[in-house]
Write a protein that binds this ligand. Structure first.
Ligand code: ADP
Length: 423
């Protein structure tokens, strides 16, 4: 069919040409031999000229093919990702680096909404950026995280300009994951340094202010006691003895916390989790602090089912329980109630210590576990503290992969809860 058409086409052209030539032959006079030779020569020159022009054309065609190839590979293999998006953010064209950045074959990306690859949490930034690109004539920039097809994430710096016809926009993407991660690392180590500095400040402030106070009371009242004993004046000595006793317990408690804290800070505290009976651990703690409960007439109820076990480091969880229960005692008025409970669900044990004491204000709750902000208030019997106990609890629970928090409506008591995942 094609051949027929071609032969017909060329045949008819040939016939037309011959007809034209025939017309000329009839209308024009015969040429002399010299003129004919001249004409033939001119025709030959013209033919050579045409052939040369043809060659030049072929060469320039080859040059332009090579240039197109060169620019196509420059476009495709540039380290930057290039995208052309329409106003609906649909991908109209892109280079290979762009496809690699989003982790999908280039041919599968045509007409896909670019925002599909923008990670959650960065979509608002990207939307504001793309709106600005279409609304302004000047280049816009933004920094977003992309979630690739394989769920890996990369950080990109994007520059965007609107096309001349204002129908599309051109985006240039630069992978800045390495520098972002390095920056993140710097920020993290800066935070660690800040925390270390706060730890150091806390340590010095504790040493300077808090360590002295129980000893001042102990020495002062011991002197008074000795003086009165000398004079055989026994009035009020029971009270002095009681103050000496509670101050000594407090000092002991405090020094224990301080020691454990410094061991934890210097990495000298080992972490040896094992399966333990939580009720037994609570009872061990209660033996030590029961005197205070009796003295303040506070009822402590342990509502835990028999043989309830958790996987935890014994000495760390003892410290946590000791702090939470002695805080509950400290901040509950005489005649109050403390309830200790435990439950288990989804491989996580939850332990809580609740009291019906003075409660904690909302703005204080958020600061309780942060060393930079923690502060201490006096107990219902004027008991002093350091604000170190909960910091220590937080450190130890975190080591177990658990969480600790406080609940209180600011008036009617507090509830401290911690979780321990099955290790
Ligand atoms: P300390 O008890 O030595 O001050 P903690 O870190 O154990 O240090 O507690 C910090 C602060 O948290 C306490 O001073 C108090 O203000 C508040 N707090 C802790 N437990 C309770 C509680 N059960 N009821 C009310 N306030 C509490």
């Amino acid at each position: 069919m094609t051949n027929k058409k071609n032969s017909f086409g060329s045949k008819s052209l040939r016939e037309k040409a011959e007809k034209e030539a025939g017309k000329n032959v009839l209308t024009k006079p015969f040429l002399s031999e010299a003129d004919s030779l001249k004409l033939i020569h001119e025709l030959e020159v013209h033919q050579i000229e045409l052939e040369m022009q043809n060659l030049e054309l072929l060469e320039s065609e080859e040059r332009s093919r090579k240039a197109t190839e060169k620019y196509a590979s420059l476009y495709d293999f540039a380290p930057m990702g290039y995208f052309t998006l329409d106003q609906g953010c649909k991908i109209k064209s892109l280079n290979l680096s762009g496809a690699q950045m989003v982790g999908r074959e280039r041919f599968l990306l045509q007409n896909i909404d670019f925002r599909f690859f923008v990670s959650t949490g960065y979509k608002d930034i990207f939307n504001a950026f793309i709106n600005a690109v279409f609304e302004n004539d000047i280049k816009q920039v933004c920094k977003v995280k992309l979630t690739r097809e394989d769920h890996l994430s990369i950080f990109v710096h994007i520059e965007g300009v609107v096309s001349n016809e204002e129908q599309d926009c051109y985006l240039t993407l630069m992978d800045i994951t390495k520098s972002e991660l390095a920056e993140e690392k710097v920020l993290k180590s800066e935070m660690q340094l800040r925390e270390l500095n706060a730890t150091k400040d806390k340590f010095f402030s504790i040493i300077a202010h808090d360590l002295r106070s129980p000893f001042t009371a102990i020495i002062g009242y011991a002197d008074l006691l000795a003086e009165q004993m000398d004079k055989k004046d026994y009035e009020g000595i029971e009270e002095y003895a009681e103050i000496i006793r509670t101050s000594s317990w407090h000092a002991m408690d405090f020094v224990t916390n301080l020691m454990e804290w410094s061991r934890a800070q210097t990495g000298m505290m080992g972490f040896n989790p094992k399966i333990i009976d939580i009720t037994k651990l609570i009872n061990d703690v209660l033996v030590v602090i029961n005197d205070t409960a009796i003295q303040k007439s506070i009822d402590i109820r342990v509502k835990i089912v028999k043989d309830f076990t958790v996987s935890a480091d014994v000495s760390m969880i003892k410290t946590v329980l000791r702090n939470l229960i002695s805080n509950a005692l400290k901040f509950t008025n005489p005649g109050g109630l403390i309830v200790i409970e435990a439950s288990y669900s989804d491989s996580v044990s939850t332990v809580s210590v609740a009291d019906n004491g003075i409660g904690i204000q909302k703005d204080t709750i958020e600061k309780l576990f942060r060393i930079e902000e923690s502060k201490s208030t006096t107990g219902t019997n004027g008991e002093h503290g350091t604000g170190l106990g909960l910091i220590l609890c937080n450190d130890f629970i975190k080591k177990h992969g658990g969480k600790i928090w406080a609940e209180s409506d600011g008036k009617k008591g507090s509830r401290f809860v911690f979780t321990l995942p099955q290790l």
